[in-house]
Structure formats: C-alpha cells, structure tokens
Ligand binder design. Structure first.
Ligand code: ADP
Ligand code: MG
Ligand code: ZN
Length: 484
C-alpha cells in the first residue's frame, strides 16, 4: 500500500500558559524569564508542610478559554495529584485534573486551503483542564551536569485535549493557529511559541479505510513551533505506513522530535493513566460555580475574531480576504480598531493596514508586537493622505520614518517640506502670473487646443510646490481660463 492508502488519525494535547500575574498555587510572579530560581517560594518548590491556595483568576481564565473554544463548563470541578518523579518537578507530583476538568465538549471550526481548494471542518475538543507547569532543565553537556530552574514551576497551564478528528499535518497546523488566536482574543494567553507559552503533543495513528477501529498511536511530546508540528506529522505518517506495509506492529510509545534531523525517536514506552496513581488533592478546595459566576465570566469575554470578521465584512464592507488577514493577527486587528477611533474610515485604513503595514512587516521593518508608531499616528497619516495634505508618495516616505522611529506625521511632513497647505491667494496670484507670461499658449487653449493645458498646469505646479494639491491647481486654472 502507499502512504495515501492510510487514513491518519490525529489528536492534539495543547498546553498553554495563562497570563496571570502570579502562579497558580502561590503568590510568586508568573512572568516569563527572571534570574534562575529567583521566582520560587516553599510552595512552588515543593517543600513539605506548605499549603497551596488556588488562584481564582487562573480558574476564571481557564473557563474563559473554555467558552472561547465552545465548551460546556463543569459547575463542579476537582484537582488531582498526578504522581511521577522527574527533576523538573520538585514535589514529585503535578497538581492537575483527571475526571472532573473545568471544561468539556468543545468545538473549533477551522478553514484552510488544500491543493488550491477551500476546506472547512469542525474539530471537537474533549476537555480543557487547569494544571501547573513544571520547571526547566538545562543540560550542560560540556560539564556533564543538568541544572534545574524552578521559575516556571507553578505557572498556570491549561491543557486542551482534542478528539482524534484531525487527518493531516495541514489541519493540525491550522487548528493550533486557530486555538492560539482564540486564546489571544480571549485575553487568557499570549501563545508565544518561541517562549514556550504554547506547546503541543501530537498523538497519531493510521488506519485503513476498511478498519473498524483506530490503530495503535504514537505520542510525540513537546513540539514548540508550527513547523515542527507539521513536519512531525508528515514524518510519522511515513514511518508508520512503512512499518504497517511490512506487516509490523506500531508500538504504543512516547517519541521525541529531533528538529535537526527532521525525524522522531523513541523516548519511552507510554505510561497509562493508572501509572500516575492519580488521586484527588486533599489540600485544594473543589470548585463550585453558581450560574451567576459562569454568566459573569462568559460576559467578560471580549470581542472574538469571528465577531470582528463579521463586523469588518458586513458593517465596514471590507473585502473578505482583506478582513481575514487583519483579524488573523490580533495585534494588527487591535491597531486597526484603535486607528478607527481617530479616523473613522474603515476602507481606507484597511487598505493601509493590508498594504503599507503588511509590506513593512514582511520586510521585517515593523515588529507588530511592539511597533515604533501608535495606531493614532498611523490613522492621522492616512487621513492626511486622503485629504491631500500630503501626496500619496510622500505619505509612504513619512510612514517609512514612522515605522523606524515613530513620530507625529504632521511634524515629520512639516520638517521635510512635504506638508501641503492650500493657500488660495497664492494659487490665484501664481495662476495670474503664468497666464500673463504665456499669452500664446492661453490663446491656443481658448481656440480649442486643450493639449496646452498640461503645459500651463506644469508652469503653475512648479511654483506652487507644497502650497496646493494638483487637484486644487487644476480646478482653479480651469476656472480662470474659462472666465477669460
Ligand atoms: P493520554 O492521557 O494517555 O495522553 P488521552 O485518552 O487523553 O490519552 O488521549 C490523548 C490524545 O490522543 C487525544 O487528543 C486523543 O484524541 C488522541 N488519541 C486517542 N486515541 C488515538 C488514536 N488511536 N490515534 C490517534 N490519536 C488518538
Ligand atoms: Mg497525553
Ligand atoms: Zn511560589
């Protein structure tokens, strides 16, 4: 059989750090970074005799994530201890949730293109639970030691578990992007893959079209980029197909992806849930939500990407393709929304965002996470260009400077002599002068030779640089010539 004769069955476990100020069971800072082991206390470094206290914001963020992904919320929810020994986990158990997670039964629609064809699909979410992150191990191969940094211990983490509804690398990548976007809009996670604030385990098996049951799966742990998720899946599909073709069995195991080699390798045979000897954590209060609690949390969700998309297309009348590009980048969309507050011209601003801003983002001249210019400044520039206070070309030039170091566009235009101030007195004065000096051309024009208009216009423009727009000069000159 060839690879394409198998149907890939894929489920993801997505871990995402929540944006709370403090950790989930103590008051240590949950911020990324910091000097090694500087953000730890007896609770998160697992000293005996300490008592964890649950961070209410973390619970509410997890519920918000649940609503963002279309889940039902369990009104009654319990925390469990997941027991295992590993040096990044000083307590030797992780506080997590097994049977009664906060959120269940969600649904995330994805849209993507495959071979030029538009496709859409719903991926079901099995559950979302709240747990604590573990520390970080730094392996120093040179000196043959491993060092532990416990700053990350106790950072609140949600684990999102999908049903095995995914059937390709492209679908998996699209789903992770979509979930990241929803979590960012919900305001619960920044989903920065490069900082490890969202990580993914891929579960994958193959089945033949005639099979009644799923095949045995491999689990590839801790993927931290969209590219590695994609490449892992492509690699695993081929690896498993080759084994099955030879009549061999797939071993249920945990594998590791090697980014340099682009392949996966055995890490350990997979443990089952009972190996962790889960039991309810006796130190942590159970969660009991009232209907009012849940209503309040649901109503605190900000505008979500599908709502913005609908508004852009149906209210602002922005073409769908452009609208999607803006919405699919939360920072870009926020910038657009803020710019609209200053200059209420959605079409023109959308053009600018999709044109100049995107172009310079792609060139690496704008870091949309921390742009040098503000939304207000960008809006002002677009308005100046629309009202012909600067020419379209000069607007681009001004924006090049703003993208680099920010600044008020009007100030920049003034400094660089690009600001057009229409001075009607001056316009008429110059027109009169040009007409007086070019009697022959004026007579030609009056006898029907309209070609000379361009010449007269050019004479006026030369003297009026910066004092009027070409449109104004043209109108005034035409008026004057007609009245002669
Ligand atoms: P565990 O806790 O052992 O990781 P779960 O039952 O929670 O196992 O499932 C983990 C993930 O594996 C889920 O995303 C699920 O959809 C996926 N999954 C389960 N069975 C299969 C299978 N046969 N092939 C591929 N993925 C699977
Ligand atoms: Mg798992
Ligand atoms: Zn702590």
């Amino acid at each position: 059989m060839s690879v394409s004769d198998y149907i890939p069955v894929i489920g993801l476990e997505i871990h995402s750090e929540l944006l709370t100020k403090s950790k989930v069971f103590c008051t240590c800072s949950a911020e990324f970074g910091g000097d090694k082991n500087s953000r730890c206390c007896p609770v998160c470094s697992g000293l005996p005799g300490t008592l964890p206290v649950i961070n209410q914001t973390a619970v509410e963020y997890a519920v918000k994530a649940g609503y963002a992904l279309g889940c039902s919320i369990n009104k009654f929810s319990v925390f469990d201890r997941k027991n295992y020994f590993y040096p990044d986990l000083p307590k030797a158990y992780q506080i997590s949730q097994l049977n009664l997670p906060l959120c269940i039964n969600g649904n995330v629609p994805i849209e993507y293109e495959e071979n030029g064809e538009k496709k859409s699909k719903n991926i079901r979410i099995n559950r979302i639970h709240l747990e604590e992150d573990a520390g970080k191990l730094i392996h120093d191969d040179l000196n043959g030691v491993s060092l532990a940094d416990y700053n990350r211990c106790g950072i609140p983490l949600i684990e999102i578990v999908t049903e095995p509804d995914i059937s390709s690398a492209e679908e998996a990548r699209t789903l992770v992007e979509k979930i990241s976007l929803l979590l960012q809009y919900a305001g619960v996670s920044d989903c920065k893959m490069e900082q490890g604030s969202i990580r993914c385990d891929v579960n994958i098996s193959l089945m033949k079209p005639t099979d009644k049951e799923f095949g045995t799966r491999a689990e590839i742990k801790n993927l931290n980029s969209l590219k590695s998720i994609y490449r892992t899946i492509e690699y695993e599909i081929k690896r498993q197909a080759r084994l099955l073709d030879r009549g061999e069995r797939i071993v249920q195991e945990t594998r590791r992806y090697d980014d340099n080699k682009g392949e996966t390798r055995t890490m350990r045979t997979k443990e089952d849930a009972h190996d962790y000897k889960y039991f309810p954590d006796p130190d942590i209060l159970q969660v009991n939500f009232t209907d009012e609690d849940l209503d309040r949390i649901r109503n605190s969700l900000p505008e979500m990407p599908y709502q913005r998309l609908d508004k852009y297309i149906n209210v602002y009348k922005i073409p769908e393709k452009e609208a999607r590009i803006i919405v699919n980048n939360k920072r870009l969309s926020d910038l657009f929304e803020n710019a609209l507050k200053v200059y209420n011209n959605p079409k023109s601003l959308a053009n600018f965002v999709n044109g100049e801003i995107m172009r310079r983002m792609n060139l690496g001249e704008i870091d949309i996470e921390a742009p040098a210019f503000t939304a207000e400044e960008a809006a002002k520039l677009v308005q100046m260009s629309d009202t012909e206070k600067v020419t379209k070309n000069d607007a681009k030039e001004i924006f090049r400077e703003m993208a680099e170091k920010g600044g008020d566009p009007e100030e920049i235009a003034k400094q660089r002599g690009m600001l057009i101030v229409t001075d009607t007195g001056k316009v008429n004065e110059v027109i009169d002068k040009v007409i007086a000096a070019n009697e022959k051309a004026v007579n030609q024009y009056k006898s029907g030779d309209v070609k000379v208009f361009g010449f007269l216009m050019g004479q006026c423009s030369k003297e009026l640089r910066g004092a009027a727009t070409p449109k104004v000069i043209k109108e005034e000159l035409e008026k004057k010539l007609k009245s002669l």
